[in-house]
Ligand binder design. Structure first.
Ligand SMILES: *Cc1c(COP(=O)(O)O)cnc(C)c1O
Length: 459
């Protein structure tokens, strides 16, 4: 190898004059092409300056043109890539949580590219509210008196506490001082909101009397928080929402419940949103993109006078949802109201029966076999994810892949087209069909065959 020196680098104008670069100018603006070529040359210059030994061939103008081309192509690719989720985790936060129903995705897309009556009452010819597209639907579905939608559930909890409890005391069980993925920590959110946290009980057991005895002149509410992906077993006690609601109301306080996931229809052991409201919660908060299966949103449901105070809070303006969210959430709720919840992917995936999943795993095995890949159908356990239904593992099926290191194969699959994310279990790579859309089975089989071939080539 002849090492490249700084003075061997071709002059910019020579590279720009190369036919391959000239060809790029037919597709991209001149300034961008020049910048990409300059950057490709700059990259070599930096590596040489750092003392790296680079082959002289790397300075070939055709190769530099190729680099520039790759950089220009990158700008034209979508930022987010479609991924096949073969993890069996339905609400997968790293993979964008809920995939929308086709009609909800369509509604969001339609709203995105045009003017819409987001805050305009077409009949009266005057200003309307974006919440008017959502509130009646949410109230009808859940029995709530009033509803307000914000950007996500963290924002919902924050708004409720800031608007109703700033500078006042909110009583919460020590067993519910949880952190929910990422950086959402209940005590931190409360501190940020200006509400004063009054912890009661112990980590494992909190009784109704603990709440009642802690009430003082500054207390405004009892808060109950769904522990989400955290579960306590053994010698534990948690006060029911019903008891807390009664005690709160007897003391002239509010009862707030952060449900987190929030099931609109019965799912696992989770109480439905309607049941939680009936048991006496004055306000409840939940995510739009967990069990609901809609877009990222925070849904606040409850008493009209309280929701009105939230709407009037200056902070609301910073947390309100955009038109695409409004369109997608409204359509998702309409699907539930029309009895078409099976079209909501999260709902369909969570309620898929194991026998149907076994047949789909067999069909995936056959597709793989036609591509020369031998696999076995295996029983698996999926999860709802997103902190929802943590106690119910979902009996599922999938295929287990053999050949080489499971980590190497998984890496290859993630870099494939389309990228596939599976799960490593018992030292093998497994693909759970629960979270794979039926139309993705063939591309999935092809991606697996390609990845196995690549791993075999690499030895
Ligand atoms: C998920 C969750 C949140 C945060 O909701 P986001 O929609 O992710 O902002 C808050 N509280 C509970 C109990 C949760 O499960």
């Amino acid at each position: 190898m002849v090492a490249l020196r700084l003075r061997d680098l071709p002059a910019l104008h020579r590279v720009l004059g190369h036919p391959a670069v000239q060809a790029l100018l037919t597709e991209h603006p001149q300034a961008l092409v020049h910048e990409a070529v300059r950057e490709a040359l700059g990259g070599l210059r930096r590596r040489i300056a750092q003392g790296e030994e680079i082959d002289q061939g790397q300075a070939d103008p055709a190769l530099l043109a190729e680099r520039a081309h790759a950089a220009l192509a990158w700008l034209r690719r979508p930022a987010l890539r479609g991924v096949i989720n073969a993890t069996g985790v339905v609400v997968h936060t790293n993979l964008g949580r809920a995939p929308l129903a086709p009609s909800a995705a369509q509604a969001a897309g339609d709203a995105a590219g045009r003017y819409v009556d987001l805050e305009f009452d077409l009949d009266a010819g005057r200003r309307g509210s974006r919440q008017d597209h959502l509130e009646p639907l949410l109230c009808r579905l859940t029995g709530a008196e009033a509803a307000l939608v914000v950007n996500n559930n963290a924002a919902a909890v924050f708004l409720v506490l800031a608007a109703l409890a700033r500078g006042r005391e909110v009583i919460l069980s020590r067993g519910e001082l949880v952190e929910i993925g990422g950086s959402f920590r209940i005590p931190d959110v409360m501190a940020e909101s200006g509400a004063v946290l009054r912890e009661v009980g112990t980590t494992n057991r909190t009784h109704l009397r603990d709440y009642v005895q802690a009430v003082g002149p500054e207390t405004v509410a009892f808060l109950r928080v769904h522990p989400s992906n955290f579960r306590q077993i053994g010698f534990t006690h948690r006060v029911t929402g019903e008891d807390l609601a009664q005690a709160a109301h007897a003391a002239g306080l509010l009862f707030l419940e952060d449900l987190g996931s929030g099931a609109l229809l019965p799912l696992g052991d989770e109480p439905t949103v309607r049941e939680v409201l009936e048991s006496g919660a004055d306000l409840l908060t939940m995510s739009g993109d967990k069990l609901v299966g809609g877009p990222q949103a925070g849904i606040i449901l409850g008493r009209r006078a309280l929701v009105e105070r939230l709407r009037q809070a200056p902070l609301y303006r910073a947390l309100r949802p955009d038109k695409m969210t409004v369109a997608a959430l409204a359509e998702t709720i309409r699907l539930y109201l029309r009895g078409e919840e099976a079209a909501v992917p999260v709902y369909a995936m969570l309620t898929a029966d194991p026998e149907g999943l076994r047949r789909r795993a067999q069909s995936l095995r056959r597709r793989l076999s036609r591509l020369g890949v031998k696999t076995a159908v295996v029983p698996l356990y999926g999860r709802a994810g997103g902190g929802a239904l943590p106690e119910s593992p979902l009996p599922s099926y999938g295929v287990a892949l053999q050949g080489g290191s499971p980590d190497a194969l998984h890496h290859r699959l993630r870099l494939g087209e389309p990228p596939v994310v599976g799960r490593i279990e018992d030292d093998r790579l497994v693909l759970d069909v629960r979270t794979v859309f039926p139309a993705q089975e063939e591309p999935l089989a092809q991606a697996v065959a390609d990845a196995l071939a690549a791993v075999a080539r690499e030895g």
